[in-house]
Design a protein around this ligand. Sequence first.
Ligand code: BYC
Length: 336
Amino acid sequence: MYTQAMDTMGKEASDGNKPVRSAEEMQRQERFDERIDAGDFIEAKDWMPEHYRKTLLRQISQHAHSEIVGMLPEGNWVTRAPTLKRKAILLAKIQDEGGHGLYLYAAAETLGQSRDQMLDALHTGKAKYSSIFNYPTLNWADIGTIGWLVDGAAIMNQVPICRCSYAPYARAMIRICREESFHQRQGYDSLLVMMEKGTEAQKAMVQDAVNRWWWPCLMMFGPPDAESTHTAQSMRWGIKRISNDDLRQKFIDATVQQAQVLGVTLPDPDLKWNEARGHWDFGAIDWAEFWRVVGGEGPCNRERLNKRVRAWEEGAWVREAALAHARKQEPTAQAA
Ligand code: BYC
């Protein structure tokens, strides 16, 4: 059984080399592997290897952080949306993202870590969030482009997670994906209006936004498979169903035609249909830039983190008031 070899976290023999497992533990491991092989879903109450639990906790909490940090670049444009309709749509989208963060924190909590611990990891820079949210939103077309490309990439990545082997994550993702598809469509619609009915300056704004967001969007899918730390194990466990490179290719294949309909150029001179592969070939991604951004040196990393920390500190009174209210209700609830 493959995971027995991999899941050696936790217990070490007294000679410090070989892991020690009780017969009972090995049986549980075997049963778990059989369930994964059979495509069963694992629930929070079920036994799971420690490495599986930690991998999920890392991915789900980072996903939750990405949702709430992802509210910030769009939040900058609520007061500057060009019409009441676009403002209402943007507000609803940002609220959805806050909701996605909550579903995901709740799913991660089932793995035994408190929300305070997860947020502390975000605020102290120990936990990651998606690289994409460290880029600035410079003009109104950036908001449409985030919907079209960033949410488009997010859907491509997230639909397979609806079949993740960990059931609480899979359930959260089903709800999230339904909402994400509206996010993608509103972005595309907003850009289409600018491209079909806009002035030359507005069309140029759309092209400029697409030029800036295209490459960072391709980086959202994570490092190439050959350099990905977690992909192989996560795919064996059914946490990830499709690899980083395969998802990136699917996204490019789906997006090229959408760009043609929109009337924008994707900023890659090497983008070319490859008949033999049945896919679009594309140019080299700047992985040095990706790792710089992931390492905290992107254009907006500090600004994003500072904003989250400030929101947490300024929200302290709300948390205290909610706790005081809950304490007050306790005797009443018990009496009822
Ligand atoms: N940014 O072994 P790998 C949204 C890290 S929310 C930063 O391939 P894995 C939206 C990775 O964490 C979008 N870090 O990892 C919200 C790992 O470092 P650690 C978020 C990245 O986990 C609001 C290391 O690089 N979506 O769309 O197997 C508004 C090696 O990578 C990134 C999710 O979170 C990155 N882009 O695969 C609009 C989806 N990529 O943890 C839109 C769920 C990699 O060892 N997550 N790293 O220190 C996943 O599907 C996977 O976690 C990933 C990475 C594909 C992202």
